[in-house]
Design a protein around this ligand. Structure first.
Ligand SMILES: [Fe+2]
Length: 349
């Protein structure tokens, strides 16, 4: 069974569950964890936790968009919506990380897609989960630094890998395990091996500094119909900015009110404005992912409990994550709330 067929099944299950709920308004219950309840009233998980960081990101955003530089609410690149709240070609996420927030249309539904760009300590750019490349993106990246590495992090987010390879032939193309065999036409630099982190001084030829940007292969799952890895994702921890970059192991679609992270007590801020409405299809998608796919994944797709426990421990207890950057949905900020959000998402049962 193909991945697209799997998606169709999830889609049908989502629709069936929604129809049986007899309610056109999707309500997402707030998490019941006591720490989250406390943090809801004291933190805004959408915005940086201190003014200096907020102002740094604002200044970085102004570099790339005339309207933002003039103080407008949204930028010039695209109409603002939940999947690109600022309407800019790049949005600063941390001092060294930018996101390219885009609509991602699947079956007429905007499921949103977020590419991450890390400016490494030596000035090179590292691109994760590439979105479609256009002149505006190329021009903006050229102001930021040379594109040196392009990372295809799992079996799903690879639609534009070949295009990036042709646009940046000198960049090193890196893949999650097994992807080189799936896409043999791309001249890959290599695959991130399972079991490495980067903290132990491991060196891979033509790879970035794995101490600075650590990799963790989530080798814990199988497609229940094929017995083979499903996403086979590698996630990344950027040590200088204490940011976790993930693709499909975690998502953070907005609530129906259009306010960033309102389900966590969040509010809008300058780089993450609220939007007036979330399209019905996008709301339906969120419902399917949260209420159908996630329980299905945990119950039927995780095939190695020991490894799942090990990688969860690294994510929750070893990495000091302060900013969580998902490929789908809003960025979450704040050490305590990021940990609680990930703990809630990853926990079994
Ligand atoms: Fe995805």
């Amino acid at each position: 069974m193909s991945i697209n067929m799997m998606k169709q099944i999830f889609w049908l299950l989502s629709t069936a569950l929604l129809v049986t709920s007899f309610s056109p308004e999707i309500k997402c219950p707030k998490a019941s964890h006591p720490l989250l309840n406390k943090l809801w009233v004291s933190k805004n998980p959408s915005s940086p936790t201190d003014d200096a960081s907020r102002l740094t990101l604002l200044e970085n955003a102004k570099q790339f968009d005339e309207k933002i530089a003039k103080g407008d609410r949204t930028g010039t690149y695209a109409p603002a919506g939940w999947s690109n709240r600022l309407g800019t070609v790049l949005t600063p996420a941390t001092a060294d990380i930018y996101t390219a927030d885009r609509q991602f249309i699947w079956n007429n539904i905007d499921v949103g897609g977020k590419m991450a760009v890390v400016k490494l300590g030596n000035g090179d750019l590292w691109v994760h989960s590439a979105v479609e490349i256009d002149d505006a993106l190329k021009e903006t990246l050229s102001k930021l630094g040379p594109v040196r590495y392009v990372m295809a992090p799992n079996y799903e987010h690879l639609k534009y890998a070949a295009k990036w390879h042709s646009e940046y032939p000198d960049a090193y193309m890196w893949a999650c395990p097994g992807l080189m065999e799936r896409l043999p036409d791309i001249k890959w630099a290599g695959e991130i091996p399972s079991g490495i982190r980067g903290e132990d001084g491991v060196f891979l030829e033509n790879c970035w500094d794995l101490e600075e940007l650590q990799a963790l292969h989530l080798d814990v799952e199988a497609n229940p119909f094929t017995g083979k890895p499903f996403f086979n994702e590698v996630i990344f921890y950027h040590k200088p900015s204490k940011a976790l970059i993930v693709t499909d192991v975690f998502w953070n679609y907005p609530n129906s009110d259009g306010v960033p992270n309102s389900h966590l007590g969040g509010e809008e801020w300058e780089l993450a404005p609220s939007v007036e409405s979330i399209p019905f299809g996008s709301k339906l998608w969120k419902f399917g992912m949260d209420k159908v796919y996630l329980p299905f994944y945990k119950k039927f797709m995780i095939n190695d409990e020991r490894k799942y426990s090990e990688v969860s421990k690294i994510i929750l207890d070893e990495w000091e994550i302060e900013t969580l950057i998902p490929a789908h949905g809003d960025v979450v900020r704040g050490k305590e709330i990021v940990r609680e959000v990930l703990k809630s998402h990853l926990r079994r049962g």
